[in-house]
Ligand binder design. Structure first.
Ligand SMILES: [Mg+2]
Length: 265
């Protein structure tokens, strides 16, 4: 990612230009968070919407809730609080068993979920395919995969509808471009995993700008100073959309004060 940044800056163009040009000026973002219990989840998700005009939000489910029924009740409460026009994604972080994921999906099938992320352990691709075959909720996964070969197996086993490459885990922009092309050949969409830092976010934004089958971006609203404070020009969400920066390279500048404060050498 650093080499793409250097190449863009040396040529005076944004990285998206090096990837073939941007196919959009901005992308919708979804607010990512949602840990509150059944009583508080509606207000917590609504607070995200009020902060950035988001039209979609993601909440956590799975082992943190103790049982499937509690996860399902929280999702039902979220849908009731937000009404029918806000997209809701759920993320189990791979913590359900196959049967738990199927029971959960059945209990929330009236909630019109945008996607169900990492229902089961990322190493259990056959189990993930079993979950996907048993529900019409789109399945999202991929943040734990390291190469295009892992994504090939994920995709060809019929395990996924939305692929979520994390550019910092999987070998940067170059490998993510290959994964996006692979996904397009299977008519799948891409939603990069952008939890790590402002640099990862900037790289994901450049990829998304130049990738037609990238449909939406994750925007963390959890405690995340590496995302919100590391850069002097962090991404800004307005009316639920993030503008693609037109500055050279990755289009992001580190905040030297923040770096200085957290130096360990
Ligand atoms: Mg996730």
């Amino acid at each position: 990612m650093a080499l793409w940044d250097i190449l863009g800056k040396s040529l005076g163009v944004p990285v998206y230009q090096l990837l073939g040009g941007k196919c959009r000026d901005s992308l919708p973002a979804y607010a990512s968070g949602g840990w509150a219990d059944v009583k508080g989840i509606g207000a917590q998700l609504q607070s995200y919407i009020d902060r950035g005009g988001f039209r979609a939000v993601k909440m956590r489910v799975g082992v943190m809730d103790g049982d499937v029924a509690t996860s399902a009740a929280r999702v039902q409460a979220a849908r009731e609080a937000l009404g029918p026009h806000i997209g809701i994604m759920v993320d189990a972080h791979g913590t359900f068993s196959v049967r738990e994921a199927q029971r959960f999906a059945h209990k929330v099938e009236n909630c019109d979920l945008t996607w169900f992320e990492e229902p089961v352990n990322a190493d259990n691709k056959a189990g993930l395919a079993e979950v996907r075959a048993s529900t019409d909720i789109p399945i999202a996964s991929g943040e734990s995969e390291a190469t295009r070969f892992d994504f090939r197996d994920l995709i060809t086993s019929g395990a996924v509808d939305i692929v979520q490459p994390d550019l910092a885990i999987m070998g940067g922009i170059t490998e993510a471009v290959r994964v996006a092309a692979l996904a397009s050949a299977f008519q799948l969409t891409v939603a990069p995993h952008l939890w790590g830092s402002a640099l990862l976010f900037a790289a994901g934004l450049q990829l998304a700008a130049a990738t037609p089958n990238c449909t939406i971006l994750e925007y963390s609203l959890g405690f995340n100073p590496m995302l919100h404070e590391l850069a002097v020009d962090p991404p800004v969400v307005q009316d639920g959309f993030i503008r693609i920066p037109d500055k050279p390279g990755l289009g992001v500048t580190l905040n030297p004060d923040f770096v200085q404060r957290h130096r360990i050498l």
